[in-house]
Write a protein of this length. Structure first.
Length: 254
């Protein structure tokens, strides 16, 4: 595996290098740091910390001490650590040690947003956009990868509860992942085919368009740093006014 990666990295370097620096865009890529160092020599390696590993490593979750130390050692091996949320700096320093404090910085998760109609607070917007007719469902959207940490099955459970209470609701789930099959099974079991739409992976522009048409944005994740969906939701007006809320859940529904 290591030799295969090195061979691939050398080909990339030959065709697109040399680089000024190497950016590991997710913490899962930290495992490649020794190979990257071998390929790129003294080029700076920048690790982007989004919270996927570090939140679990500094939590009470039972993780083998040797594995923890191996990961912390890899964090220490980066030349610069960029955290997308301020609180992650404390987690990195607490886990990897005070020696990484001077090279760990905060830089907000960058997003490129078009102008949103949802940012408008005009009376015509309130009247025309968010005063639903009796026959219209309440439109929910969950922009997230469909994997266990994002808890997509909880979204289906929530729709089931709302439908059982006689609420006309429709959820659009934007994203793909390992839990999509389980979501489909749950939707079929509860007979929610008319209440939940799974778009799969779609372009970011389509996610923003669907978000702008929705009343509520849902986030069920076990933990997050500063998720892009949260920033986009706030920019669209969700969570900014009581009539277009952003809801983040901390308790499991299933």
């Amino acid at each position: 595996m290591r030799n295969t990666y090195l061979s691939f990295a050398f080909k990339v370097y030959q065709s697109r290098g040399p680089f000024d620096a190497v950016i590991l865009g997710r913490e899962t890529m930290v495992w490649h740091l020794p190979a990257v160092r071998q390929v790129h020599g003294q080029k700076p390696i920048i690790l982007i910390v989004r919270g996927a590993y570090i939140n679990r490593l500094v939590s009470d979750e039972p993780i083998e001490p040797a594995l923890k130390e191996q990961l912390f050692s890899l964090y220490r091996g980066a030349d610069k650590i960029v955290c997308i949320a301020r609180h992650l700096i404390g987690s990195v320093v607490r886990g990897a040690g005070p020696e990484v404090a001077d090279k760990t910085i905060f830089l907000s998760n960058p997003i490129d947003l078009p102008l949103f109609e949802g940012a408008s607070t005009s009376e015509s917007y309130l009247t025309n956009k968010h005063r639903l007719a009796p026959s219209e469902p309440v439109r929910l959207i969950m922009p997230a990868q469909l994997k266990s940490r994002k808890r997509p099955l909880d979204a289906v459970e929530m729709v089931r509860m709302l439908v059982q209470r006689g609420i006309n609701v429709h959820l659009t789930s934007c994203g793909s992942g390992s839990d999509m099959g389980k979501m489909k099974e749950l939707i079929n079991r509860y007979g929610l085919e008319n209440h939940v739409t799974l778009t799969g992976h779609v372009a970011r522009e389509e996610v923003l368009r669907l978000m702008n048409l929705s009343e509520t944005v849902l986030l069920f994740s076990d933990n997050e740093g500063r998720p892009r969906a949260l920033q986009e939701a706030v920019a669209a007006g969700k969570g900014k006014h009581e009539w277009i809320p952003l809801i983040m859940f901390s308790e499991h529904l299933c």
